[in-house]
Ligand binder design. Structure first.
Ligand SMILES: NC(=O)c1ccc[n+]([C@@H]2O[C@H](COP(=O)([O-])OP(=O)(O)OC[C@H]3O[C@@H](n4cnc5c(N)ncnc54)[C@H](OP(=O)(O)O)[C@@H]3O)[C@@H](O)[C@H]2O)c1
Length: 297
């Protein structure tokens, strides 16, 4: 698709519209899903497990189920109460591991405090790890033999590719080093031949790094903590952060880690929040599920 410069109110940087990219990508995934159905006699299947009553997690899960409908993936939802024991959660995951109609399993994180997300992930069969979080799949990713790809970083790469933003040979800075976003993001950028620096909470003089970077992916989980003065002229900024902030009138709205509106006339392009990386994360989850389903044929 062609490069379409878009302006959002008060901001003239090129907006990298993850939402639009996501719509196009979901149409392709729906076609792949239909092809699988012809071959297998059943649609690809994604099982989503949600433990507890975290409101944000409920919204994320509802969006994932909706995306399954859009892409022809059969979804099942296991809603477990907050007090679910580790033993019971393990049994649920093991049942899904053994279910031939389930190709991908997504365990919605975070889990309630008494459960360990890192441990529960290891109970998911690597062949059904739709989020690419198991140690086996992360190891495969690192060795170039991935079954799936971590959804958020993959979504970022798809956005950059869609807008013809060259990564090869560029200086990229990733802010954040979590297993789910920062680390795989740095890996994918490096695989695409960027020269990558990973920054984190102990980085001295973060700005020294961001000001040198052609591409900055911000995944620090710090609401609107970067803005004017932090980025290079004509750089590209991808904001992974997502936060709900309360406005003075008592209403709330979503924001990211970056104050995008301040970057008018400075950066070349940036992702908005909402409508940037978020929709892509869900779309890549669908693509991972279809990929896993084909591996089960
Ligand atoms: N849009 C989406 O689809 C999507 C998907 C996943 C996550 N997210 C959002 O992305 C953000 C990051 O998620 P996550 O799971 O990676 O978070 P996380 O596990 O909390 O990791 C945050 C990372 O940022 C680093 N950091 C924190 N404060 C910093 C600072 N002031 N300067 C530099 N680095 C700093 C931390 O450093 P240390 O390692 O030193 O602690 C850590 O590595 C969150 O807002 C999350 O909600 C969005």
């Amino acid at each position: 698709m062609d490069y379409i410069p878009v302006t959002i109110k008060g901001c003239s940087v090129q907006i990298l519209e993850g939402k639009a990219v996501s719509v196009a990508r979901r149409a392709k995934i729906a076609a792949l899903s239909a092809e699988f159905k012809v071959k297998a006699g059943r649609p690809p299947g994604l099982a989503v497990i949600l433990v507890g009553d975290d409101p944000a997690s409920h919204v994320y899960v509802a969006n994932k189920i909706k995306a399954c409908h859009e892409t022809g993936i059969r979804s099942t939802e296991q809603k477990l109460p907050t007090g679910t024991t580790a033993q019971h959660l393990r049994e649920v995951i093991e049942e899904l591991n053994a279910d031939p109609l389930v190709d991908g399993i997504l365990l919605q994180l975070p889990l309630p405090k008494h459960l360990k997300g890192d441990e529960a992930i290891t109970w998911i069969s690597p062949g059904k790890d739709a989020d690419c979080l198991t140690p086996q799949n992360l190891g495969r990713l690192w060795s170039g033999r991935a079954l799936t790809t971590p959804c958020t970083p993959w979504g970022v790469m798809v956005i950059l590719e869609h807008y013809n933003i060259d990564v090869a040979g560029k200086n990229a800075v990733v802010i954040g080093r979590s297993n789910i976003v920062g680390k795989p993001m740095a890996h994918l950028l490096s695989q695409a031949n960027a020269t990558v620096t990973v920054c984190h909470s102990k980085t001295k003089d973060l700005r020294e790094h961001t000001l040198r970077a052609d591409i900055v992916v911000v995944a620090a989980g710090q609401p609107e903590f970067l803005g004017k003065g932090d980025f290079k002229k004509d750089g590209v900024v991808v904001d992974v952060g997502i936060h709900r902030k309360t406005l003075p009138n008592g209403k709330s709205k979503l924001c990211g880690d970056v104050r995008l509106k301040e970057l008018e006339g400075i950066i070349r392009a940036g992702t908005p929040v909402p409508g940037g990386v978020g929709p892509m994360t869900i779309t890549m989850l669908m693509e991972n599920t279809v990929k896993l389903a084909n591996g089960h044929l």
